[in-house]
Design a protein around this ligand. Sequence first.
Ligand SMILES: Cc1cc2nc3c(=O)[nH]c(=O)nc-3n(C[C@H](O)[C@H](O)[C@H](O)COP(=O)(O)OP(=O)(O)OC[C@H]3O[C@@H](n4cnc5c(N)ncnc54)[C@H](O)[C@@H]3O)c2cc1C
Length: 445
Amino acid sequence: MEKTDILIVGGSAAGLTAAITARRYYPDKRITIVRKEEKVLIPCGIPYIFGTLKSVDKDLIPDTVLSKNKLDLIVDEVTTINKGSKMVTLASGGNLSYEKMILAIGSLPMIPPIPGTDLENVFCVKKDVAYLEKLLKALEQAKNVVIVGGGFIGLEFADEFRKRGNLNITVVELLPHCLLIACDEEVCLQVEKKLSENGVNILANRRVKALVGNGRVEYVELENGQKLKADLVILGIGVTPNVDLAQNSGLEVDIRAGIYVDEFMRTSDPNIFAAGDCTRKTRFFTGRPSFIRLASVGTTEGRVAAANLFRLQRRAECPIGVFGTVIGDLAVGSAGFTERMAKEAGFDVVTGESKAPDKHPGSLPGTRDLTVKLIFAKGTGILIGGQAYGSMTAGLIANFIGALIQKRLRADEIVTFQVGTHPMLTPSPISHQIENAAEDALAKM
Ligand SMILES: Cc1cc2nc3c(=O)[nH]c(=O)nc-3n(C[C@H](O)[C@H](O)[C@H](O)COP(=O)(O)OP(=O)(O)OC[C@H]3O[C@@H](n4cnc5c(N)ncnc54)[C@H](O)[C@@H]3O)c2cc1C
């Protein structure tokens, strides 16, 4: 039987980050990653395979990172965990014993409970090289594509597909607007407008009833009776945590929400930690269950789990949910609560807004406007959410907002926050959107 000191199950965002961190903390330990796939995709890059990259091979995590960090790799599947004897069984038949283990077994695409999802040319978003190559091939023959789900993944697919130039693309979204889980209505409207201008049809507030065809998909039927011609369908409605292995091993699991972990990323077994999409998460500020599943959250959890394997050194914060995307030339970033979600969660809110060019003077070539909206809790003045949209700086600004949220800063502290500026790199210090949005909110408090 093979032995390792630290076993990491899963070699994607959370698992790989956990392994690299474990190497930093424990230079002398044997660290082994077991993962199912020969080649690992950069999951967030998947949509770009179909327009910008044009190849699955250009979206891979290079395995050189393994040898650089002296990490052993076994391409196999862990089928059972024996917690008592600290040993796992592999699909190939072998066993592997461990001292400490991190489960980073990720998530699986959610399939809607409607007829027709098993028809040919109906694809979900699998992190699987062969599957995506098949999708790339099917796309070459397609004319009418329907994307079910107008979240950021569905929209990124739509935007990349339209770059191919020969497809009739429709996005069907259940909620009143695309992206509504991450952004307020005014931002969603801008994104929808951008997609429509670029030739993508948006059907929001519609529910898909069935996918219909004879062996291969032919059309998508909506509950209002509308039929959309489709020779290819993408299901992009979200993911579900992969918990079977943990559940079958007797770890505490919520099958919808994920593997139970504490703030040190420990599962219910003292020698097993978990990180990434497979863990149960609760929301920053409310502690309510959260369905945020992001690579940024998974890698943070991986770092925390690895640091704590042999002694507790770090705590993980509940996810704030910081995300960004680009549709056409419109960048959008969001962190924490939207105004709508904050109100639904029971907060009395005050918002502030500021729009300014992202360089100064605004006559510099390539200058674009960036709008920032900040959402504060009324009584305390604490920042609980924010969105940035317009220029390509939106993603970095959302990260900045995320940091302010995580530190629970108030509006009166944010207006005195020191930020560096430069004509080519930032807005003018006079019109810096974060300070000015905070000032705007303070004036209303
Ligand atoms: C199209 C797309 C775009 C995205 N864009 C973004 C983005 O822009 N920003 C962002 O933050 N997030 C984004 N995400 C979300 C992000 O990809 C996930 O949060 C991230 O992949 C989670 O990483 P993970 O390591 O927890 O799990 P996964 O990436 O799901 O990896 C799970 C790993 O576990 C392995 N595994 C599972 N079971 C076993 C087993 N029994 N034995 C051995 N190995 C096993 C798998 O082989 C795999 O290596 C996107 C997701 C998708 C699908």
